[in-house]
Design a protein around this ligand. Structure first.
Ligand code: 2AM
Length: 182
């Protein structure tokens, strides 16, 4: 059996509440459910269980320290045809360092993860095809949300998640959590 998996940072209740308020201000075509809000460190795709077990062992052995994280601003991915509406992350070397270590653990477990191109974000919602006026409203709302801040909070764990694709979009399950403890 294989599982569509990713490694992410889960968000505390208070941060999710702040993000729900931001979601309410944006004209999102499809909103990410608050319990599913997360910050992805590495998307793994469909992986067979033995590789995920090797990854689990690697993540269990990973030693990294907790660090503060601040969400900041909002934007759209997808250029002229935006697909993802996101909350951004204030520049954070500890996050980048953790991401590269996590990616290395995945590669060592036999799961290819691109070393480059980490664009940290929390997906707030998704768009299918948008009419030009819908797109303009969304872009204007993202610009207006530039002053958005949530946190900082102390990131104390990362998680291995399963993603199940359904007609209403993806649902996520936490398969395992790994405390960051030096
Ligand atoms: P997104 O929210 O910006 O789409 C689970 O799908 C998580 O992995 C999401 O946070 C998703 O980011 C991220 N991800 C990164 N690359 C992906 C890809 N090629 N396909 C699906 N999800 C991807």
């Amino acid at each position: 059996m294989s599982i569509r998996a990713f490694i992410a940072i889960g968000l505390p209740e208070g941060i999710r509440r702040d993000l729900m308020l931001l979601q309410a201000l944006l004209p999102l075509p499809r909103r990410q459910e608050p319990e599913d809000l997360h910050l992805t460190l590495a998307f793994l795709g469909e992986q067979p269980e033995p590789l995920l077990e090797a990854l689990h062992d690697g993540l269990t052995a990973l030693r990294a320290s907790p660090f503060p994280l601040l969400l900041q601003g909002a934007g759209l991915f997808g250029g002229a045809r935006p697909r993802v509406i996101w909350a951004g992350v204030a520049e954070n070397p500890a996050l980048r360092h953790l991401q590269s270590r996590v990616a290395r653990v995945a590669v060592q477990a036999g799961i290819p993860v691109a070393a480059q191109g980490f664009a940290p974000h929390v997906t707030l919602g998704r768009a299918g095809s948008l009419e030009p006026d819908q797109r303009a409203r969304l872009e204007a709302a993202a610009v207006a949300a530039d002053g958005f801040r949530a946190g900082p909070w102390q990131v104390e764990a990362i998680g291995l998640y399963a993603s199940y694709l359904g007609r209403k979009g993806a649902r996520y399950d936490v398969l395992a959590e790994y405390p960051l403890a030096g």
